[in-house]
Ligand binder design. Structure first.
Ligand code: ZN
Length: 377
């Protein structure tokens, strides 16, 4: 904790500017109390963590914090507190919201709107994040989860990255764009993972960019849509992944023709090289299907082949039949991803797997599709 009451009942906050000597002095002369449970607190001044307060005996009060007080968490709270002090009407550190029995790291009021800022450094269960989010929203408070920057980040630019489920729950959406804002206490900066494009499993492609605390504003910057150059780089990485996906399929497949993907190729008398370029393309919302796009997209053509159907005949009922047949999730999101893919194919003039599309044409359509989509909304 960074906030305590003094013996006189005044609020005392340890900020970035608090002088260490003064704290050492106060430790000798003053007793501090927890603003919530009124129990006496210890003022801890050590080497690993910044100076902070702690209950002498841990009690139920600690549970109202979203997480324990790691060194990184304490420091991040302090840095962010000073950031908000300079930018918003009002910010309170560790404010206890009694109707919710929650204590967000920072409670911000700005243009008559309330925000609960949680700086999340440790992995907490999805359920807990969900319940807290719902709790805030029910009280007309906007929850903003700022997650710590992953330990291993690539160099900046368009990169293939790995993000665990923990990070994925904090993805934000603006128009059609998916992005993640993380905070890095070591360099006092935000790391943005923007224009997130799902690849497979934990793998995503993103535009990785730093933004220093000083350059940030509030509400936080929303990343820009992709430029054509960025999309080119992204598409290049995506195609690299596609090629390595095919290589792995050939080398490590143990299921043989029980593998739906390989069986599809075999029965349509195709090999990897003959697979058209529009099988294995990114589709927005594609994360609803955990398989790599090349796999489910080729399943779709195999489905058409087996049941002797045309793309244009795939109505809602048949799309759900396809999802069942291919053992894919029959969710609304899964359905939408398939539907979006079919619409895209129709737009570029693909009716069957025998149609050929030039790479440049495919790219141009993909670009206008992704950009137009985000501008339309
Ligand atoms: Zn307490």
């Amino acid at each position: 904790m960074l906030v305590a009451h003094t013996e006189q009942g005044e609020l005392f906050v340890i900020t970035l500017d608090t002088c260490l000597k003064k704290l050492q002095q106060l430790r000798q002369t003053t007793t501090f109390y927890c603003p919530q449970c009124k129990q006496p607190l210890q003022l801890k001044i050590g080497r690993v963590k910044i100076p902070h307060f702690a209950h002498i005996k841990s009690n139920a009060c600690d549970a109202s914090f979203a997480e324990g007080e790691s060194a990184q968490h304490l420091l991040g709270k302090q840095q962010l507190f000073s950031f908000f002090q300079q930018r918003v009407e009002n910010v309170v550190l560790e404010s206890y919201l009694s109707p919710l029995q929650q204590r967000p790291d920072l409670f911000v009021t700005h243009y008559n709107k309330h925000y609960a800022i949680e700086f999340q450094c440790s992995v907490i269960p999805y359920k807990q994040v969900f319940e807290r989010t719902v709790g805030y929203e029910r009280h007309a408070i906007v929850p903003l989860w700022l997650v710590k920057t992953p330990n291993k980040i690539p160099t900046f630019g368009i990169r293939k990255i790995s993000l665990s489920q923990f990070y994925q729950q904090f993805f934000m959406r603006y128009k059609e764009q998916v992005y993640l804002i993380t905070y890095d206490t070591v360099h006092s900066r935000f790391i943005y993972f923007s224009n997130l494009q799902y690849v497979q499993g934990r793998t995503w492609i993103a535009n990785v960019q730093p933004l220093s605390l000083d350059a940030q504003s509030f509400p936080f910057f929303v990343p820009k849509p992709l430029t054509e150059q960025h999309l080119k780089e992204m598409f290049f990485l995506y195609q690299q992944h596609r090629a390595s996906f095919f290589r792995t399929k050939i080398l490590f497949n143990r299921k043989g023709l029980n593998d739906l993907f390989l069986r599809g190729l075999y029965e349509q008398r195709l090999n990897f090289e003959q697979l058209p370029n529009y099988i294995g393309i990114p589709i927005s919302g594609g994360e609803a299907i955990s398989l790599f796009s090349a796999e489910w997209q080729s399943h779709l053509f195999f489905f058409l082949h087996i049941f002797n159907l045309k793309l244009s005949q795939l109505d809602e009922q048949k799309i759900y039949a396809f999802l069942r047949w291919a053992k894919l999730p029959q969710s609304t999101e899964g359905f939408s991803a398939i539907k979006r893919y079919i619409t895209f194919l129709c737009k570029i003039g693909v009716e069957s797997i025998t149609n050929k599309i030039e790479d440049t044409t495919l790219f141009l359509h993909l670009f206008s599709e992704l950009i137009a989509f985000s501008e339309k909304n």
